[in-house]
Design a protein around this ligand. Structure first.
Ligand SMILES: Nc1nc2c(ncn2[C@@H]2O[C@H](COP(=O)(O)OP(=O)(O)O)[C@@H](O)[C@H]2O)c(=O)[nH]1
Ligand SMILES: Nc1ncnc2c1ncn2[C@@H]1O[C@H](COP(=O)(O)OP(=O)(O)O)[C@@H](O)[C@H]1O
Length: 201
């Protein structure tokens, strides 16, 4: 199963994803993204991201090596296809944390993935989080808010919406959804159909 966590800029995707992976009882693997943005202090190449140059990233795109990618604030971000395919072939679940444009590309390619939209309690709180994060000037924050409203409209293309009111609670809700989704009929039927084909040979 391919699990996609997405949502508007600043809602807390990275924070909630880290809370999910901080617990070691996960049955799924995190797909490390590739990016052209600068490495921040404390980040590790290959763990937080694969940090590459613009030329290297564009070469990957040209060679068909990306499951999806998007340009976000002048940098490329994308999911390398190789690791995702390897995990899915081994029957493992893979977890992507990506912005909405990339998520929609994945929805096209993997329609039976699980798409979860992380949403803020309300727009004032989203703005407050961007202010608290302290990485942007107020005019940039206003631009991000306008973008966030467009991004929130994409919610209708997802399977579940999770309100990020409190980090641990949001992480728990997401894990509950993933557990429940494992028992969807559509995940069993193809396998039984294949077995039937083998049994009747
Ligand atoms: N489409 C896409 N978006 C990604 C990927 N990896 C990270 N992102 C998104 O890119 C945005 C910027 O990430 P980052 O630079 O780490 O900033 P921060 O999450 O705002 O601290 C976030 O919304 C991430 O969810 C990816 O592989 N593909
Ligand atoms: N549930 C929450 N309550 C309060 N602040 C939060 C919550 N989740 C995230 N934040 C804060 O909001 C800001 C944006 O979170 P971040 O994970 O960088 O968002 P994203 O990855 O979606 O851009 C950060 O300062 C983070 O600490």
């Amino acid at each position: 199963m391919l699990i996609v966590l997405s949502g508007p800029s600043g809602v807390g995707k990275g924070t909630v994803r880290k809370a999910i992976f901080a617990q070691d009882n996960n049955k799924f693997d995190y797909s490390v993204s590739m990016t052209t943005r600068q490495m921040r202090p404390g980040e590790v190449n290959g763990k937080d991201y694969y940090f590459v140059t613009k030329e290297e990233f564009e070469k990957e795109i040209a060679e068909g090596g990306m499951l999806e990618y998007a340009q976000y604030v002048d940098n490329y971000y994308g999911t390398p296809l190789k690791y995702v395919n390897e995990m899915l072939d081994e029957g493992k679940d893979v977890f992507l944390e990506i912005e909405v444009k990339g998520a929609m590309q994945v929805r096209e390619k993997v329609p039976d993935g699980l798409f979860i939209f992380l949403t803020p309690p309300d727009l004032m709180e989203l703005r407050q989080r961007l202010v608290n994060r302290g990485t942007d000037d107020l005019d940039v924050i206003d631009m991000r808010m306008k973008k966030a409203v467009d991004e929130i409209e994409m919610m209708q293309n997802y399977d579940y919406a999770v309100v990020n009111d409190e980090v641990e609670a949001a992480a728990e809700k997401i894990k509950t959804i993933i557990r429940a989704e494992r028992w969807r009929v559509k995940r069993f039927l193809p396998d039984y159909k294949k077995q039937l084909g083998d049994v009747l040979k």
